[in-house]
Design a protein around this ligand. Structure first.
Ligand code: PEP
Ligand code: MN
Length: 411
């Protein structure tokens, strides 16, 4: 089967560094153990099985020693001895898997963490939303096209095309192979940027653990256990974090550090149950809660959750995603206001400090490009002259620097 490749530059082969001996885990199928939310409606399940076989035979994208180095940094963040900065696109695009563009994104993330390090004198664990952020959960299976036609929703480049066309929106499993190759190119560039850097100063990869036919075949047996070979750090989204769901079971089954989004519906019982399930031994750095409450809901929602998790005693890295609870539509355009983003961060830090817990950092959707996707404030007229995101609106370089500096001022 030929992978879907339109719009792609030549992709680098995956290098085999340090992956010798990594064995696929036969029959690793947590999707059989519960509800599998947010999966595409693949029209041809046999074609999906063929793609899974191919991914099973491929080298894992990440090595266990890289994952462990990241886990070490996150352990420090759980103990209040390091900060975390996680950021990048809402949805990566295959056409952007180009070394020059990837390098700009890495430099941007490194610049933001360097500012955090300079301001606090603490190590900053830097994690890109990159090298695999190709699958998107959607609130609605359909969307209205610009021409007024009801079409299937875009689910990320690993599933279908952003093009507003009925045929282009049909899920195509060969896109999972293209996702793998794009991720390999990006990881290669990430590793090149590591040269001469301490493991705590590197940019690591992360994406949402969403698409089971991508994640499960890339699981490998390593020196210390079973790990997700698709990335260093994976997170589970707000729509797929159900305790009876396959996504949580997947995260439980691998030793990678994992993040769980906590939205406004999360309860103290949910958070404690997730922490016990994913981190029974209370290993610092294993679990990150990514809180995305929405401005105005942080205090009520987060205070009891933080107290319950602290009383349970298992360490957690707490970071604030001030983006996903604050989206709204202005003149038909999805946007977010900087004022809401900064206000949510402020409330997050205050709640954490009141609970004597460490507000370890931020999870942001950012780009180095001079886009106009997020606005300064809700009020007033807005024009979106440079809107490039295929999914959620991102902070541009200037806006992301502002947001990070407002966070630092609170510590
Ligand atoms: C995202 O991070 O792009 C996302 C969809 O987040 P959430 O699951 O928090 O809505
Ligand atoms: Mn998003």
């Amino acid at each position: 089967m030929r992978p879907h490749t339109d719009g792609l530059d030549t992709l680098a082969p995956v290098d085999g560094t340090d992956r010798a001996g990594a064995q696929p885990v036969a029959g690793f199928l947590p999707e059989r153990r519960g509800v599998v939310a947010q999966q595409p409606d693949w029209p041809d399940v046999q074609a999906v099985a063929l793609v899974e076989d191919q991914l099973t035979s491929m080298a894992p994208l990440t090595a266990d020693h890289e994952i462990e180095a990241l886990a070490g940094g996150l352990a420090m963040a759980a103990q209040g001895r390091a900060l975390v900065f996680q950021g990048g696109d809402c949805a990566e695009q295959f056409v952007d898997a180009r070394r020059d563009l990837v390098r700009r994104k890495i430099d941007h993330l490194q610049g933001l963490s360097a500012g955090m390090r300079a301001s606090t004198q603490l190590p900053v664990v830097t994690i890109g939303r990159m090298a695999g952020q190709y699958g998107k959960p959607r609130s609605s299976p359909t969307e209205m096209s610009r021409s007024g036609e009801l079409i299937a929703s875009y689910r990320g480049d690993a599933v279908n095309s952003f093009e507003q066309d009925t045929a282009a929106r049909v899920p195509d499993p060969t896109r999972l192979l293209t996702a793998y190759r794009c991720a390999a190119t990006i990881l290669d560039e990430l590793r090149q940027s590591w040269s001469g850097r301490d493991p705590l100063e590197r940019v690591y990869a992360s994406h949402e653990l969403l698409l089971m036919p991508y994640e499960c075949p890339l699981v490998r047996e390593g020196a210390r256990g079973t790990y997700a070979g698709s990335t260093h750090f994976g997170w589970i989204g707000e729509r797929t974090r159900g305790l009876d769901g396959a996504h949580l079971e997947f995260a439980r089954s691998v030793i990678n550090p994992v993040g769980i989004k906590l939205g406004p519906s999360a309860t103290p019982d949910d958070a404690v149950a997730i922490s016990r399930r994913l981190n029974p031994d209370g290993v610092a750095g294993r679990l990150t809660f990514i809180v995305r409450a929405g401005v105005g809901r942080v205090e009520d929602m987060l205070s009891p959750i933080v107290d319950a998790v602290a009383a349970d005693g298992r360490p957690v890295v707490w970071i604030c995603d001030p983006m996903h609870g604050n989206g709204y539509v202005h003149d038909g355009v999805k946007t977010r206001a900087l004022t809401s983003i900064v206000d949510e961060i402020t409330a997050f830090v205050r709640v954490m400090q009141a609970a004597r817990q460490w507000p370890a950092g931020l999870h942001l959707e950012v780009t180095p490009d001079p886009v106009t996707e997020c606005v300064a404030r809700v009020e007033g007229a807005h024009t979106f002259t440079d809107y490039r995101s295929t999914c959620d609106p991102r902070l541009n370089a200037e806006q992301s620097a502002e947001v990070v500096s407002r966070f630092l001022a609170l510590l």
